[in-house]
Ligand binder design. Sequence first.
Ligand code: TXA
Ligand code: MG
Length: 344
Amino acid sequence: MLVRIMDNPEQALEQGAELLRAGKLVAFPTETVYGLGANAWDPEAVASIFLAKGRPADNPLIVHVASMAMVDELAREIPQHAKLLMQAFWPGPISLVLPRRPRVPDITTAGLDTVAIRWPNHPVATALIERAAVPIAAPSANRSGRPSPTTAQHVWDDLGRGVDLIIDAGMAAIGLESTVVDVSGPQPALLRPGAVTLEELRQVVGPLLVPPQLQEQASGEVRSPGMKYTHYAPRAPLHLYLGEEQAIVTAMALQAKQLTEQGERVGVLTFDEFLGSFPQLTVLSLGSRRDLSQAAARLYRLLRQFDEQQVDIILAQGVKSDAGIGMALLNRLSKASGYRLIWV
Ligand code: TXA
Ligand code: MG
């Protein structure tokens, strides 16, 4: 069932909390993307998350909390780096990998000795966790292999009646999943870039390990199990264009023209400023090139639209990864392309 939070907040939260305590699945909004929640202490409830999503059992979940008392119940130890990051960014779009207590069910952490914890910055998410009074394990509420949901409708489209309750609170503000940082070892390591940027992390904890995948080099040892899965890939192959902006647009326009002449249905992912370069094509805009936060908020919705419009190929304009949410945006675009990167 899908309920809109505005219609009756009290009832939606109470019903959600009750279902969670009873071992059911509740999809809820966060500031990053919608999550598919279950009581983190309840192995059977957590098993039903994996089943509903079609998620491989060796990919661990993020546990969502709304108090430091909940963190203490989950984590065996809170290293100094973790404390600093919590003070700086919680509640917010960052998940911290910490040594776990034995009480945390194996299925929640995929058998790892660590647990990823996040205190989300969304009033509905925190109210729901507080009322359920248990930590909530919640991956993104998409079917495995689809883009993360940024609206309740996306959750419904992917999971429908496989979820006991979907709470609709409108579009997710950030639109990309949280930054994940492993603080369980001597050196903090960035496992997934997000809205909390590398620069912001460095300011708080100093130097960080950044795995080669994120530096777009040959892949090394896999530290975040999530990294080894090709996440979302659109039905049509997506070619990601990188390099100097104007040169990219020229190359994309030329390629689009040639493919169209060969009878291909071409989809183009670009910015408002360049819409004029792609006449008579299926063009979707990430917004102004000057607003990468807006681009992040729109990305997953637009990728879903390309699937609906049944294009044969997608030409996507890359972004600079050096500032703000650019690194996260480029990371998700690269994944969606299956690393088909075209350097212009
Ligand atoms: O923004 C988000 O993080 C959203 C919302 C719902 O909070 N959740 C989310 O969950 O994106 P999910 O399951 O789609 O991604 C969790 C990521 C995966 O890459 C997983 O491998 C990694 O976190 N992860 C979870 N526990 C871990 C652990 N103990 N060690 C290393 N990586 C872990
Ligand atoms: Mg996910």
